[in-house]
Unconditional design. Structure first.
Length: 186
């Protein structure tokens, strides 16, 4: 009688145990990679939203006071630590009209957002702080003489839209911009 070849029950059990261990390791690796990828996507999205809001605000604050000759107005008509109103006669028709020429940015701490003329510009904002450098070099968050503003420093702290599973907290990024309004009668 010929001896039959094959695997014994012990060998099959050992192979199955090793396979289960390898599969568990691979599942753990892929799960970890999925969490990391999710947080990287959240980070990129968060930074993108912050930079977009900062770029928009910087561009429009820089244009404060733009006007045709013979027109007189202050380029910044309202300035606090959490809001700013900018005026610019972009079409040079001698009047300030429309949402592109009369712009108000405001931080809403209740819903964690920045609005532009009442419409949400950016969400998931932890704070927006505006600091004003005056003609004499002093800084304030509540300028009395708006025509003496020479620079606006904007500090923006934005957070991710979801909690980081690794830290059990939101990811936060701080961006800062020093803006010199070019048309403010220096």
């Amino acid at each position: 009688m010929k001896k039959q070849g094959g695997f014994s029950l012990t060998e099959l059990l050992i192979v199955m145990a090793v396979s289960v261990i390898l599969l568990a390791g691979m599942a753990s690796f892929f799960s970890s990679q999925a969490r990391t990828t999710t947080m990287q996507v959240l980070t990129v999205d968060t930074v993108h939203r912050a930079r977009t809001a900062l770029a928009s605000m910087t561009k429009e604050i820089r244009m404060a006071g733009y006007r045709s000759s013979g027109t007189a107005f202050t380029g910044i008509s309202h300035a606090t630590a959490g809001s700013i109103r900018i005026l610019a006669d972009l079409n040079q028709d001698g009047s300030i009209s429309g949402s592109a020429e009369d712009i108000t940015y405001a931080f809403n701490s209740d819903n964690k957002s920045i609005s532009r003329n009442g419409s949400v510009l950016a969400e998931h904002i932890d704070s927006l702080t505006l600091t004003y450098t005056m003609k004499d070099g002093s800084t304030t968050q509540a300028p009395a003489d708006l025509s003496a503003i020479r620079k606006v420093t904007l500090n923006l702290i934005v957070r991710s839209s979801a909690i980081d599973p690794l830290t059990a907290d939101y990811k936060r990024f701080e961006l800062k911009s020093d803006i010199t309004p070019r048309n403010m009668n220096f």
